[in-house]
Design a protein around this ligand. Structure first.
Ligand SMILES: Nc1nc2c(ncn2[C@@H]2O[C@H](COP(=O)(O)OP(=O)(O)O)[C@@H](O)[C@H]2O)c(=O)[nH]1
Ligand SMILES: [Mg+2]
Length: 209
């Protein structure tokens, strides 16, 4: 995957979401993917969404990756957050079991409720594998959950950046492999997926396009 930034031409625009409990590393994963550094984030910092241009094969893609600004703590993500997403990244922390069980108890139900794309691709991500000694959720449990819910699966670390690029790349490849989502992505600009702003708009790092 050829990565670059700045405003460019593109063939498809895809909306991706990060969801999961507070503190699992959603914002860190997004930053790890879109910038070169791992920053130790204060839990109150959120980013609304970031834009990343990637080239895969002959296709130029614009990825708009939406993140929460901490409102997941209050379970107040709204339908506009989910609307029109072609890919959803469901993140848990391999060292905190509650973050794993909440994906099946809470977050997957939200997706069923609000997701507007029937074919939307989901990726289950076990983060913080650099803390192997503190691990409480096994890889097999992740694999079993992903199989049950029909998701892709990976384990990664936003800190060491192991598997982070691959995680996003695998998700995007699967989207490109799904004709209804490609059709959707090519209409992205006309339909203006940014019409609905993220639920909060005061984060200083947000960018629009
Ligand atoms: N050791 C380790 N810490 C991480 C990793 N990812 C995030 N963190 C830390 O976990 C805390 C919460 O991360 P953050 O990205 O804000 O989580 P969010 O609430 O899901 O957005 C921060 O202190 C991060 O530095 C990781 O892969 N490994
Ligand atoms: Mg965050």
């Amino acid at each position: 995957m050829d990565l670059s930034s700045g405003t460019q031409e593109f063939d498809y625009l895809f909306k991706l979401l990060m969801i999961g409990d507070s503190g699992v590393g959603k914002s860190s994963l997004l930053l790890s993917f879109t910038t070169d550094a791992f920053e130790d984030l204060s839990p109150t910092i959120g980013v609304d969404f970031k834009v990343k241009y990637v080239t895969m094969g002959s296709k130029k893609l614009k990825l708009a990756i939406w993140d929460t600004a901490g409102q997941e703590r209050f379970r107040t993500l709204t339908s506009s957050y989910y609307r029109g997403a072609q890919g959803i990244i469901m993140v848990y922390d391999v060292t905190r079991r509650d973050t794993f069980t909440n994906l099946s108890d809470i977050w997957s139900k939200e997706i069923d409720l609000y997701s507007t794309n029937q074919d939307c691709i989901k990726m289950l991500v076990g983060n913080k594998v650099d803390k192997e000694g503190d691990r409480v959720v096994t890889k097999k449990e992740g694999i079993d959950f992903a199989r049950q819910y029909g998701c892709l699966f990976t384990e990664c670390s936003a800190k060491t950046r192991v598997n982070v690029q691959q995680c996003f790349e695998e998700l995007v490849l699967k989207i490109l492999d799904t004709p209804s989502l490609i059709a959707d992505g090519s209409k992205g600009v006309r339909n203006n997926i940014f019409k609905d702003r993220p639920p909060q708009s005061d984060a200083s790092t947000s960018s629009c396009c």
